[in-house]
Structure formats: structure tokens, C-alpha cells
Write a protein that binds this ligand. Structure first.
Ligand SMILES: Cc1cc2nc3c(=O)[nH]c(=O)nc-3n(C[C@H](O)[C@H](O)[C@H](O)COP(=O)(O)OP(=O)(O)OC[C@H]3O[C@@H](n4cnc5c(N)ncnc54)[C@H](O)[C@@H]3O)c2cc1C
Length: 473
């Protein structure tokens, strides 16, 4: 079988794999690399939908612009002029509480000060200052256990909304150490989360006073003129031009070989010094468990949460409140997890002066709803949002997007998986495992880990056998 030899082989052309390749090419243009992707398009979970003048998203709708690595990657993709920003300072979010939409301030201290709960509950939140460290039975509390212990039950709907909006998860199953790594260390060190926050605020203020830096404002939600998919497509273009991106190339096997790795695909083998698995956590586990037998993973797979989107298009008469959208905590017993007010966030995503709502259905708690037919799902989603805002009798446009990608859930076995990945790295120093669900689930987290790895790879000596020689005429 035909064998291609490169120095770095990256499996997966989602944002993680593309970011590793892009940063590495910037650091070491001579490094030979290739990206292998099973699908016929780059981007993975990032995919935009265009139909009849509507623009919506199958996967991520945007990411916050407060991470330096992501800004660098946008610059490397040459997309600065195509960037769209919806600042958190202008665009409010709503919670569905008691069957109606309530505007929620953007930061936890403001949520506590807002008239969203009784004074008794507000005082209970301050109780965090005196609560002992959460030991719990198993030592690794769920988000719900931990939030209730520290701040009282009144904070649960807010925590629920946060982790519905990010993980589409269930706070009774998600682990606090998985979704907020390091927070319990601070809790332990300062004896309280609030004390830790105050101490961090004081330290930052002192730093600003000494450096003269201005206090940063709230970040902005970022997307692109042609939707989120524009980002991976722009990153993939130079790789495609250099024939370094191989689409429709599913990696089926991997095995250690001559101090490096040998990868098997349907038609070809790839030999590399460094193997980067830039895949969702379960896809990596699948490949690793069948290929590496000396250290089996503590679990076969992490649970995933899947969401489907119901797109509802309206004319300008629909009274969609101004803001990003709303989330509905589980206690509200609604059909939809929430909805994005897409044309407020990024105007022009509906034809003419129309409006678009993207209603989110399913999540970790309600996978059964994903089995509904398109027409039933649209009917139930429309009935749900119609109770929360004044909408016309019927939407003028409907569609259902059913992405295959699920969101990995840091539940019970997650911390042991991370420990397993660390052990694996000790055994195989040139095997690099990152991507969706390993160190977070957001795009910014993917890009940060990708850049970190690219810099680590760039610091390692280039194998002379794999160096691309310059051509001199
Ligand atoms: C519905 C949904 C909504 C989201 N919303 C947001 C949001 O608003 N903001 C945000 O920041 N993040 C959001 N995310 C998370 C974000 O999409 C992910 O962080 C990111 O896309 C993960 O990128 P990745 O490259 O690690 O994985 P992926 O995007 O999954 O890419 C992995 C790639 O590897 C390929 N692959 C898999 N197995 C193989 C194999 N054996 N051989 C070759 N190729 C293989 C896949 O085809 C895929 O293209 C959302 C995710 C989902 C699913």
C-alpha cells in the first residue's frame, strides 16, 4: 500500500485540527504536515445554513472575542474585515422564569443585585463566605450539588440556564470540576468563592494601577459575514492549496512505528513522527482503544448532548425582544431549551427586513424530543415561543437542522479520562490528543489548546528527514 511520510499528521479538520496546522505553519513553514479529514468538507461541528435568504447555524453561533489566540487565528485566516461583533454590553439575555421572559444582567454580582430573587435568598448567597469546603460523598460534586451547597437553591435556575446554554447539559450530572476547572481549588484556598472573586478583583485593580492598563469592557459575541463556517473554510484554503488537507480520508487504525506512528486509511497509509488527534473526545477514544492496548481508557465514551434547531422566520411585525436570546431552566418544563434572536445579534440573516429565531430542542435531558418529525418539532417549538413573545399566527419560513455532532458532557468519568490522557502522554510523547470535549467545549478553548500544542511542536527539533527543502534557481 502507498505510504505518505510527513513529520506531523493531524487527524480531524474541525477548528482544532485546522488551528494546530495554521499555527504550526506560521511558526515553522518548512515543517511537513498533513491534515486528514473523514468528511468531504472542513469545519467539523461548524457549519452554516443558507436558504431563501436566511442564514443560520448547525453548530456554534459565535464565540467571545476575549481570547488572544482566537484573535490571532482570525488574523491568520485574514478574516478581520469579515468579522461581526455583538457586544455583551448591548445585547442582553433573557431567562424564562415563571412562564415569562426576564432580562438577566451579564455578570454574577449584577444578577445578585437585580430584583430576580428575594432578599432572604440574596443573603443566602452571601452565606458562601462562611460555608465549609464541599467534601461531598464521592468528593467530586455535580454542578447542582455544589451550587446549592455554596449559594443555596435559589441560584440553581441560573446555573441551570448557564449550563443549558453552553453544554445543553444536566446540572445534576455535570461535574463542577469538569465545567469550571480550578474553581474548587480557589474555594479551598480562600475558604469561599466570593472571597476568591474579591481577591482576584483586588489583584487586577492593583495590576491596572501599576501598569496603567484600562479595565477591559465586556467581550463581544463574534461571527462572520457568511456565517461561522467562513472561519474553518478560510483556514482550510491555504492547506488545500498546499495539498496538506486530505478530505474523505477517514483514519481507521493507528500504531506506533519506528519511533513515530503509522496510520491506516482505506486507500493509503501515513507515517509520521508526531500524531495529533484533533477529534471529539469519543472519536479519539474509539481510535485509541482499538489501537493502543497497554493503557485502556477508564470509560468507553462520555455521554453527549445533541441539540436540533428549529428555524422560524417572520416579518418585521414579530415582537422579538431585543437581545441575544433566552434560556429556559428545566424547572420551567418548556419544550424548547431556549432560542437565539439571530437577526438582532447579526442583522441581515433573514430576507428583506425579516427576522429569524433559532429555537433549540433536545439536550442531555430530552433526547426523546429529537425523534419528533420536522412538522411536530416545528409545531411544538412555535407554540412554546409564541407563549413568550407576540409572534404572528404562523412563521413565514421554517426548517429543522439536525446536526450529528453531540456536545461531550464532563460527567462522572471525565476527570479520570483527563488523568488517563496525561498518562498516555507520558508513554507516547509524540502522541497529542486534543479537541472537542477534552479541555472544554467552546471554540476559544479549542483554539487555545491548539495553539499551545503548535508552539510545543514548534519547539521540538525538526526531523531533518521530513524538512521541506528550499528551491534555489
Ligand atoms: C450544536 C452545537 C452548538 C455549539 N455552539 C457553540 C457556540 O455557540 N460557541 C462555541 O464556542 N462552541 C460551540 N460549540 C462547540 C464547538 O462547535 C466545538 O468546540 C468545536 O467545533 C470543536 O472542534 P473540533 O475540531 O475539536 O471537533 P469537530 O468540529 O468535531 O471536528 C473534528 C473533525 O474530525 C473528523 N473526524 C472524526 N473522526 C475522524 C477519523 N477517524 N478520521 C478523520 N477524520 C475524523 C470529523 O469529521 C470532524 O470534521 C457547539 C457545538 C455543537 C455541536
Amino acid at each position: 500500500m502507498n505510504v505518505t511520510t510527513v513529520d506531523v499528521c493531524i487527524v480531524g479538520a474541525g477548528i482544532s485540527g485546522l488551528a494546530v496546522a495554521t499555527f504550526l505553519r506560521r511558526e515553522q513553514p518548512a515543517r511537513s504536515l498533513c491534515v486528514l479529514e473523514q468528511g468531504d468538507r472542513p469545519g467539523g461541528a461548524i457549519r452554516s445554513y443558507h436558504s431563501q435568504g436566511y442564514l443560520a447555524e448547525w453548530g456554534p453561533h459565535g464565540f467571545l472575542d476575549n481570547r488572544q489566540e482566537s484573535r490571532e487565528l482570525i488574523a491568520l485566516a485574514e478574516l478581520e474585515n469579515d468579522q461581526l461583533s455583538a457586544p455583551l454590553s448591548r445585547f442582553v439575555r433573557y431567562l424564562c422564569l415563571g412562564g415569562r421572559l426576564v432580562m438577566v444582567p451579564q455578570t454574577p454580582p449584577r444578577i445578585v443585585l437585580a430584583p430576580l430573587m428575594s432578599w432572604r435568598n440574596k443573603f443566602r448567597i452571601l452565606g458562601d463566605l462562611w460555608r465549609p469546603y464541599y467534601a461531598g460523598d464521592a468528593g467530586e460534586p455535580t454542578v447542582a450539588q455544589w451550587v446549592e451547597h455554596r449559594f443555596g437553591p435559589a441560584m440553581l435556575p441560573f446555573a441551570d440556564a448557564v449550563y443549558t446554554g453552553t453544554y445543553a447539559g444536566d446540572i445534576k450530572k455535570l461535574r463542577i470540576d469538569g465545567v469550571m476547572p480550578g474553581l474548587r481549588e480557589l474555594e479551598k484556598k480562600h475558604g469561599s468563592v466570593l472571597r476568591a472573586l474579591f481577591s482576584r478583583m483586588r489583584a487586577r485593580r492593583r495590576e491596572r494601577q501599576t501598569t496603567g492598563a484600562v479595565q477591559p469592557g465586556l467581550p463581544a459575541m463574534t461571527s462572520f459575514v457568511a456565517g461561522m463556517e467562513q472561519f474553518p473554510l478560510a483556514l482550510a484554503k491555504p492547506l488545500q492549496d498546499a495539498q496538506q488537507l486530505h478530505l474523505q480520508t477517514a483514519v481507521q487504525t493507528l500504531q506506533p512505528d519506528q519511533g513515530g506512528w503509522l496510520l491506516g486509511t482505506e486507500h493509503k497509509k501515513y507515517r509520521c513522527q508526531h500524531l495529533v488527534l484533533a477529534l471529539p473526545i469519543n472519536a479519539s477514544l474509539q481510535l485509541l482503544k482499538q489501537s493502543l492496548t497497554e493503557l485502556s481508557p477508564p470509560t468507553k465514551a462520555l455521554p453527549e448532548a445533541r441539540i436540533h434547531s428549529v428555524l422560524l422566520g417572520f416579518g418585521p411585525e414579530a415582537a422579538i425582544p431585543f437581545g441575544f436570546g433566552y434560556l429556559a431552566p428545566e424547572q420551567e418544563q418548556r419544550f424548547a431549551l431556549g432560542a437565539l434572536f439571530s437577526t438582532h445579534m447579526f442583522p441581515g440573516r433573514a430576507p428583506g427586513n425579516g427576522q429569524l429565531l433559532e429555537v433549540l430542542v433536545g439536550g442531555r435531558r430530552h433526547p426523546e424530543r429529537l425523534q419528533l418529525s420536522d412538522s411536530d418539532m416545528i409545531e411544538r417549538a412555535f407554540a412554546d415561543v409564541s407563549q413568550l413573545m407576540a409572534l404572528p399566527k404562523e412563521p413565514s419560513f421554517t426548517a429543522v437542522l439536525r446536526p450529528e455532532a453531540g456536545i461531550p458532557q464532563p460527567e462522572e468519568s471525565y476527570s479520570s479520562l483527563l488523568a488517563w490522557r496525561d498518562q498516555l502522554k507520558k508513554i507516547h510523547a509524540n502522541l497529542h490528543v486534543l479537541g472537542f470535549g477534552w479541555q472544554g467545549i467552546g471554540l476559544n478553548e479549542m483554539v487555545r489548546e491548539a495553539k499551545f500544542l503548535a508552539m510545543e511542536l514548534a519547539a521540538r527539533p525538526l526531523n531533518p528527514a521530513h524538512e521541506v527543502k528550499g528551491i534555489y534557481v
